[in-house]
Design a protein around this ligand. Structure first.
Ligand SMILES: [Ca+2]
Length: 323
């Protein structure tokens, strides 16, 4: 069973910040959903930008929706989708550092991939965003392209002889020639751009929520979406991605953690503790200097990991720990 509804609620007064429980309000004349929604709203200072707390859970399902605040009432336009009730075991994995490598600390790393012996890296920040080709062993940037100062670079992936670089809030996927790093095309999309990976058939894109979007690798059109669930809760803040077979590895924004996601079901089946990298990273004491950037090496089945402004990069193996 699933369904889509339009509901309205009253919730007053709303705090500037925090979680507000809400229930259907009988004063609303369009309150026709027989079950009624219950959930929690995350508010922030900007009352125009009320959001559902990441697809609130309700009776074994997930609510997707938008909130509009008008005339003292909250309007929720949303859909409810069931989530399989089966218990999923999330394995705890560790990581083993195989090599410690240099990394240019000016790089506010947002996307990373390995191809033909080189790393390709996307860096962010307005006025400082770039696309780079990097020698993994020396950390030397062998090719570099500065982005337009109005673009904030995000996730990066390769499809054939093209590189595709997301932008954070500009709604543009920039397409480059792999050899020359010249811009050849741009696709438009809605919402924010965070991470990107290619599984050989489709691109997968994150936007900081618990949703992964599957897109056409040629015209970037949206194909489908999957909600990522870690046990019974949406796993949000998915950042840079690496596609590996049936799985997508995602590092979690502002956590020392990488999750392995079954791309078909959206379920997290492994949670990898990346805390040991912190002490080795040499990162500055900047709260934004967090773990980000994951690239898979299919030959060794090892991963490259780094962080924003980290002077080091790591080649690691993920190791299931004994239970
Ligand atoms: Ca990546």
């Amino acid at each position: 069973m699933s369904g889509c509804i339009i509901e309205c609620f009253s919730a007053d007064p709303l705090p500037d910040k925090g979680l507000v429980p809400f229930e259907p309000n009988s004063d609303c004349d369009n309150n026709r959903h027989e079950h009624g929604f219950r959930g929690a709203l995350a508010t922030d200072k900007d009352a125009q930008a009320l959001r559902l707390r990441e697809q609130s859970m309700w009776q074994g399902g997930v609510i997707f929706g938008d909130i509009k605040w008008a005339r003292g009432l909250l309007f929720l336009c949303g859909c409810w989708l069931p989530v399989e009730a089966k218990e999923t075991v999330v394995e705890r994995w560790a990581l083993e550092v195989v090599a410690t490598l240099p990394h240019e600390p000016d790089a506010f790393t947002q996307g990373l991939l390995l191809h033909d012996g080189y790393l390709y890296e996307s860096t962010g920040l307005y006025g400082r965003s770039s696309l780079r080709k990097v020698d993994p062993e020396s950390g030397e940037v062998v090719q570099r392209l500065a982005l337009d100062p109005g673009y904030f670079g995000e996730g990066l992936e390769r499809v054939g002889n093209r590189l595709i670089q997301l932008t954070w809030k500009e709604g543009l996927a920039l397409v480059y020639d792999l050899d020359t790093l010249t811009l050849v095309q741009a696709h438009q999309y809605g919402g924010e751009g965070w991470g990107l990976c290619f599984d050989g058939e489709s691109l997968w894109m994150s936007d900081g929520s618990a949703t992964l979007y599957r897109r056409d690798p040629v015209d970037f059109s949206h194909q489908s979406s999957v909600t990522v669930m870690q046990q019974d809760w949406p796993r949000d803040r998915l950042n840079d991605l690496a596609c590996v077979g049936d799985y997508i590895y995602a590092n979690i924004w502002k956590e020392q953690r990488i999750v392995r996601i079954d791309k078909h079901s959206g379920r997290v089946d492994a949670d990898i503790d990346a805390t040991p990298l912190l002490a080795l990273s040499g990162r500055p004491a900047d709260p934004e200097a967090v773990l980000n950037g994951i690239a898979h090496d299919p030959q060794s089945n090892e991963f490259y990991l780094t962080g924003k402004h980290w002077p080091r990069m790591f080649r690691v193996r993920f190791v299931p720990t004994a239970r």
